[in-house]
Design a protein around this ligand. Structure first.
Ligand code: ZN
Length: 338
């Protein structure tokens, strides 16, 4: 199937589908061209409209028939000036954007069959640059939705230092709780509740000042916030939020009942950090939280994530089938953040 023949440029749902959509550099180039000039090529040098020259040996380049200038399809994207084939970039962005958990550079190098570790490392690094400021917009702010807020320790226990909290880092989280429409096929799980967007940040301690500042930066004012009854959250009303503390959250059953979504997020986050990166240092944890946030907030639209990662400008992003089906599709903001 030709990916360009579809009304929406769909996101491949599997590796075989990906290989059919993007079998070679020429297919990737055609995709880049369509993303940039959906209505037909316009020369950025001389503004003349018309079919450019194409070269089989150089799929990433178009040549204007009027001014004869070469136009790179990778200009303005994270792939600019790279010698790595387009198809490698596309594959890397697919792996990073899809549900596949984040990968180390070594795994990446192996998966992509790259001879040099440095190339894999560079690709990952540049793609991460496409995860632009996931903390930018505040979440919440919808009258029919509330936001769960909690904090957790992330990191490992160091051998020989006994029990307790060693080298663990405190992470604050806020997550939107949404509800599926009654009658949809998924509305019976967790009472129809599911996670919307998430914000995660390293915080210095559990004081009212640290936790309150996090909430102020992460959540839109006047949102309804549900927390446990820890005193650090007691000042949220004064900070302009509608606050609903749940007593006795030490009881796991009560926590499960009233703060179910945030505990799912914490479980996913810890599995990812422990499994993939074997623990991370305090210095880099926020970068990993950003990567987790980026992928989590786009899990309903991996196609948007794919394009954000590659840094493909132009062309409106299209909703995925799942996004349309679940009613999740939201028109992208200026920043492209979901
Ligand atoms: Zn021209």
């Amino acid at each position: 199937m030709d990916v360009l023949a579809r009304e929406y440029l769909p996101f491949p749902q599997s590796l075989p589908e990906f290989q059919r959509f993007f079998p070679d550099d020429a297919a990737c180039a055609a995709y880049l061209e369509k993303a940039r000039w959906n209505g037909g090529f316009v020369c950025p040098k001389c503004s003349v409209v018309g079919e450019p020259f194409r070269f089989e040996a150089r799929p990433g380049v178009l040549r204007c028939r009027a001014c004869r200038k070469d136009i790179s399809l990778m200009a303005g994207t994270v792939m600019e000036r790279s010698h790595t084939p387009l198809s490698t970039w596309f594959w890397a962005a697919y792996l990073m954007a899809s549900q596949t958990p984040g990968m180390s550079a070594v795994q990446f190098q192996r998966q992509l069959g790259l001879s040099r570790y440095e190339t894999a490392f560079g690709i990952l690094h540049k793609l991460r640059a496409g995860m632009v400021r996931p903390e930018r917009d505040k979440i919440g702010g919808k009258p029919q939705e509330h936001v769960e807020v909690d904090e957790t320790w992330v990191g490992g226990r160091t051998r020989g230092e006994g029990r307790g909290v060693h080298h663990k880092i405190l992470v604050s989280c806020a997550v939107e709780v949404r509800r599926r429409q009654p009658g949809t096929k998924l509305d019976n799980r967790k009472d129809g509740r599911y996670a919307g967007r998430v914000r995660l940040a390293v915080v210095p301690d559990r004081s009212a000042n640290s936790l309150g500042s996090f909430v102020e930066n992460a959540v839109a004012p006047r949102s309804l916030i549900v927390t446990d009854d820890w005193s650090g959250y007691a000042g949220l009303r004064k900070r302009g939020f509608d606050h609903h503390p749940i007593a006795e959250c030490g009881d796991p059953e009560i926590a499960e009942e009233f703060l179910p979504i945030i505990h799912l997020v914490f479980a996913n986050l810890k599995t990812w950090i422990n499994g993939i990166h074997h623990g991370v240092s305090a210095k880099h944890l926020q970068a990993y939280l950003n990567e987790f946030t980026f992928r989590f907030n786009r899990r309903f639209y991996p196609f948007n994530a794919f394009r954000s990662l590659l840094g493909i400008a132009g062309g409106a992003a299209a909703p995925t089938f799942d996004g349309l089906y679940s009613g999740e599709w939201i028109h992208p903001t200026f920043s492209g953040c979901g």
